[in-house]
Design a binder for this molecule. Sequence first.
Ligand SMILES: [Zn+2]
Length: 161
Amino acid sequence: MMERVASCLRDRLLIRILFRLGCRVSEALALKVSDIDFERGTVTILHLKTRIRLSCPKCKARLGRRHQFCPECGEEVNKARRRQQEHRLIRNLPIDRDTLEMLRDHIDSNQATSHDDSALLFHLNRHRSWQIVRDCARRADLPDLVNPETGRVRGVVDRQR
Ligand SMILES: [Zn+2]
């Protein structure tokens, strides 16, 4: 299986979090030490979605992208304000004992994470994480598993070899 061919604890942990918890790569990379609750055995995953909304600067009416004039007050739409709205979706996922122990080891053995709860769990960028997943998949003779569009790992089959 993929995890067994990973070359270090960090890589094994990354793969485990992607595959067992079904996280997106971007979600895994955003994980902080404080997102792991060792007592309850859970991890908190924060998914941020940004949506841009158009509203009339005069009357605040909602506008569609193609509106040239506000349907409510007639104000020209090129003055319309773009408002960014963040939608925070929070998921709490249970983690098994084994993974918790790996997390503990990983955090304790790392200077940055052992003293700072707000430190990131993985010091990796997206590109590097995809490389790790791809390399492990190849070594385990599995097809490419990460969808580069969404960062979501799919087609997860834990094949015993
Ligand atoms: Zn208006």
